[in-house]
Design a protein around this ligand. Structure first.
Ligand code: ADP
Ligand code: MG
Ligand code: MG
Length: 894
């Protein structure tokens, strides 16, 4: 097995080898292949990582020799020698997982410096200060990452920083840059002493010992807490492992003709086709990302280093032409010579993903198929997020403006720490996390907040990077904002906001406001509402075009889960082709209805029940009329009453007294009935079709409401077409369905006879308990359609309560028992088999049977793709997810 792949003059890898070389290694190789200036180096494969964890943190036997040979090749190309006291070669040791995990893993620069090589570096560069600064940085990184010299706890100071601050105090110096070479030599002594004190071992002078220490640290960082958390959030399996890249160092900190930067070939926040990025003169790479100094905009480089800037523009074009996607790349200029250190497909906001794909088609760089495939289906919904209400926004005066790094509108309580963010959110409050800068430790807080505001750091700072990926609103680098963690205040000029005060941030303009600004629907929604002309909204035009491309390629239908005409209309605007699930019980909670509903449930005699049902009938009929009207002849799947009855009952004393009075019974009677209806395990109790089995009059009333509403539409002056599909929930036995179907048909015949009209309709069932899937061939004899209720099917197949799984699912994810929350993304191997079985057995009995899904999964891209594969006719999801489902369905078909 080959464990080491070289890049440089001889390049063994390429961009397709991400699994083996990691994303960074594969693309370093690719850049070397297309003759971009990449410092030479080599990659230790992810197989070494796997070996490392499978073999008690040890390496394959042949690895040492392979590394030695690769080092020798880099030595030849750079004409420098690793560990040499005259002409030393230095390395950067960099992690590189298959998918980039920003800030999650540790990189060590300037490796190969020791007390001897540093002298040579000083001489060769003619810059003593530079050499000793590199050395002290190296010791600091190495001491921290490899030797574990770290703060005792979250609140403690960085031990190396403390030593540095101590020295600066003694020397009465403010800035790091004021430290002279001699000061740095003193600092290096103190750093080495610190390491010795804390770890009881000396900082290694042997460069190969340094190299192996660093390699081990990168592999070990795969299992650090931050990396684990990140993998959990993004569903990256722990088994993938990381590669390690060892690459010759180039120096951006050699003086004013050197620098380092990060750039994007297009704007990753809004997708605009402009060169976007930032750089620092006289700095080493990490300085840009760490947000310690606020970098300058890339356009300024044209003035400061015109040659390098021109070369970068060429690189920009070459990268896009080659990779056919927006690239995010790192570069360093060493004494006016440009080097490329990394490139990858740039992370982008949902908005940018859409815009870039859309415009790349217009530019003929890619075709519509590539565009549809490339846009993460989820990201289309970021065109639909609320914006600040334009009217309110006009009235509001921004406190100040930062860099717009994650579009959208966010407002919430000011919090200054991840812990405070989580605590507030647990109480049901919305928060905006305000930090000077963020680090990976803030990840939990960022997940919890609506938006993120930083006072320092640029558009490629950690905060901006992570926010964009999470789709969070983010404003960064707002210089005028002064954040005091101790006092818990955020100050802009004379305005002081304290923790808990409201703040609003606009990630599209970068504006920051005191107070909470109301939000308004997205531009796309405003076009649908007629408030905005399509021609006035570029966002809408993109949305519309992408949806058209998606519809051209998809073969599966997309319906919506909607209970009201308003929801239905919204969903139609979003492209829904029908209602896949109307939950009738939601209609019972409004106004007087709940009283009649309770009267019905509390009744012990059928006559009383029928009396109450009669009152409900009118409401239901009107509801369905509204729904049919809104749907204009599109199919409407109505699910009959499903939840356990006690969900409708009054649970506190005063409500019980009120209901007793309203329906003329004693409070004791109500209490007794409530007790009688109590269930230990209502999810598996008296619900679904079991209600209709024991109380057929409920089914009868609901069917009557549906058919009378349908008849009214069909016989109205302006005839409205209808296409009701009546769905019986929680069926496990064919006989259950038969009994319910008989009731429905009987009522249908009665209504059609009475109203003298023919109503087209279907009766079908949900497949949501395993027995229904197992016996789908029998059930299909009586069902004209199936709708897979994958919420309940998941609960019943896994024997896991959706409402209680939160306490153990995180552990299940980390231990790779489950790759994802099975209630978010369908468990394809388990629950999926039942769905497949239901499909096969259903079609065996009734080839023309209509098949759909109405669980929450219907709007989740991976599940949608699964539905396509097993051959469903449609998915149904909540209205805002409809565009996501359309796009995912197209991706499934391509
Ligand atoms: P991350 O994945 O966190 O971005 P990298 O491995 O890309 O980590 O390294 C972090 C920084 O170190 C980069 O921004 C880059 O500029 C700098 N760097 C990495 N390798 C080298 C190198 N060979 N020479 C100079 N700088 C480097
Ligand atoms: Mg990087
Ligand atoms: Mg169900």
């Amino acid at each position: 097995v080959q464990y080491v792949y070289e890049f440089g003059r001889k390049t063994q890898g390429n961009s397709k080898m991400k699994e083996l070389l990691g994303g960074k290694g594969a693309n370093l190789a690719e850049m070397a292949r297309i003759k971009l200036p990449v410092p030479p180096g080599f990659t230790l494969t992810t197989e070494v990582c796997t070996y490392f964890y499978d073999n008690k943190l040890s390496y394959p036997k042949t690895l040492v020799a392979e590394v030695k040979a690769a080092v020798a090749n880099v030595e030849k190309q750079t004409k420098k020698i690793f560990g040499d006291a005259k002409n030393p070669l230095l390395f950067g040791v960099r992690s590189g997982a298959r998918e980039s995990m920003p800030g999650m893993m540790d990189t060590i620069l300037n490796l190969g410096l020791n007390d001897k090589t540093v002298v040579a570096l000083a001489e060769k560069s003619g810059n003593e200060r530079f050499a000793y600064d590199c050395y002290r940085r190296f010791i600091q990184m190495y001491g921290d990452v490899v030797m574990g010299v770290q703060p005792a706890d979250e609140n403690a100071h960085e031990p190396f920083d403390e030593v540095m601050d101590g020295l600066k105090k003694e020397l009465k110096i403010k800035n790091d840059s004021d430290l002279t070479a001699d000061d740095l030599k003193e600092l290096i002594k103190r750093y080495q002493k610190l390491i010795k004190q804390v770890t009881k071992s000396a900082f290694p002078q042997n460069v190969y010992e340094q190299l192996w220490g660093a390699v081990g640290a990168v592999f070990s960082s795969w299992q650090n807490e931050r990396a684990i958390l990140y993998r959990q959030k993004y569903g990256i399996p722990a088994a993938w492992g990381t590669a390690v890249n060892v690459q010759a160092m180039v120096f951006g900190n050699l003086g004013d003709t050197s620098g380092t930067g990060v750039a994007f070939t297009r704007d990753p926040a809004n997708g605009e086709n402009v060169f976007y990025g930032e750089y620092l003169i006289n700095a080493q790479g990490e300085d840009v990302v760490a947000g310690v100094r606020t970098p300058k905009e890339i356009s300024k480089l044209a003035e400061e280093m015109p040659d390098a800037h021109a070369e970068l523009e060429e690189v920009r074009a070459k990268l896009e032409a080659h990779f056919k996607d927006m690239q995010d790349f790192e570069f360093t200029v060493e004494d006016n010579k440009l080097y490329m250190l990394q490139t990858r497909n740039g992370k982008r906001t949902g908005l940018a993903a859409v815009r870039i794909a859309y415009e790349m088609v217009k530019e003929k760089l890619i075709d519509d198929v590539a565009a549809v495939k490339r846009i993460p289906a989820d990201s289309i919904s970021s065109l639909l997020v609320p914006i600040f209400d334009p009217a309110e926004l006009k009235k509001a005066k921004p406190l100040t403006t930062g860099l717009p790094a994650g579009p959208g509108a966010a407002s919430g309580h000011v919090v200054f720490s991840a812990a405070a963010a989580e605590a507030q959110v647990a109480k049901g409050n919305k928060v905006v996390l305000c930090r000077v800068e963020t680090s990976p430790e803030d990840l939990r807080g960022m997940i919890a907040s609506e938006g993120i505001l930083t006072s320092r750091g640029g558009v490629s700072s950690h905060a901006a990077l992570v926010a964009r990926q999470m789709g969070k609103v983010c404003v960064c680098g707002a210089h005028e904002v002064v954040i005091d963690y101790g006092k818990k205040t955020l100050t802009v000029g004379k305005t002081v906001l304290r923790e808990g005060d409201f703040i609003s941030i606009d990630g599209t303009s970068g504006h920051i406001f005191a107070g909470a600004i109301p939000t308004a629907p997205s531009e796309v929604s405003q076009v649908f509402n007629g408030k905005l002309k399509p021609a006035k909204s570029y966002t809408y035009q993109m949305f519309d075009q992408i949806m058209k491309w998606a519809d051209k390629h998809r073969t599966m239908g997309v319906r919506t889960n909607a209970d009201t005409p308003a929801q239905a209309k919204q969903a139609i605007a979003f492209g829904a082709e029908g209602i896949g699930l109307c939950r009738t019980e939601h209609m019972f909670f409004e106004g007087d209805r709940i009283t009649f509903m309770r009267e019905m449930i509390l009744a012990t005699e059928e006559v009383d029940r029928r009396k109450a049902l009669k009152k409900l009938l009118k409401f239901q009929r009107d509801d369905f009329k509204g729904l049919f009207k809104a749907m204009e002849g599109r199919p409407v799947t109505v699910r009959l009453l499903d939840p356990p009855l006690h969900e409708f009952l009054p649970h506190d004393d005063s409500a019980r007294r009120a209901i007793a009075e309203a329906i003329g019974v004693t409070p004791e009677f109500v209490s007794d009935r409530v007790k009688a209806l109590h269930e230990q395990n209502p999810m598996l109790g008296h619900r679904g079709c079991r209600l209709g089995i024991t109380y057929p009059e409920i089914t009868e009333m609901q069917a009557r409401a549906i058919f009378e509403a349908a008849a009214a539409c069909l016989t109205a002056k302006k005839k409205i077409k209808v296409s009701p599909e009546i769905m019986i929930p929680l069926v496990g036995f064919k006989k259950e369905l038969d009994l319910q179907v008989a009731v429905v048909h009987k009522v249908a015949a009665e209504v059609m006879e009475a109203k003298k009209v023919k109503i087209p309709y279907m009766v079908g069932t949900m497949i949501e308990i395993p027995r229904a899937a197992l016996t789908a061939n029998e059930i299909a004899e009586s069902a004209e359609f199936f709708s897979f209720g994958t919420n309940d099917l998941t609960q019943t197949t896994l024997g896991m309560s959706r409402d209680d799984a939160g306490s153990f699912l995180p552990d299940y994810k980390e231990l790779d028992i489950l790759p994802q929350n099975p209630f978010d993304s369908i468990d394809q191997t388990g629950v999926g088999q039942l769905v497949q079985m239901g499909v096969d057995k259903g079609r065996a009995t009734r080839p023309e049977i209509k098949l759909g899904i109405c669980g929450e999964h219907g709007g989740e891209p991976n599940s949608v793709k699964f539905c396509h594969r097993v051959g469903l006719n449609y998915v149904s999801c909540s209205p805002p997810r409809v565009p996501v489902a359309r796009l995912a369905a197209a991706q499934a078909a391509l």
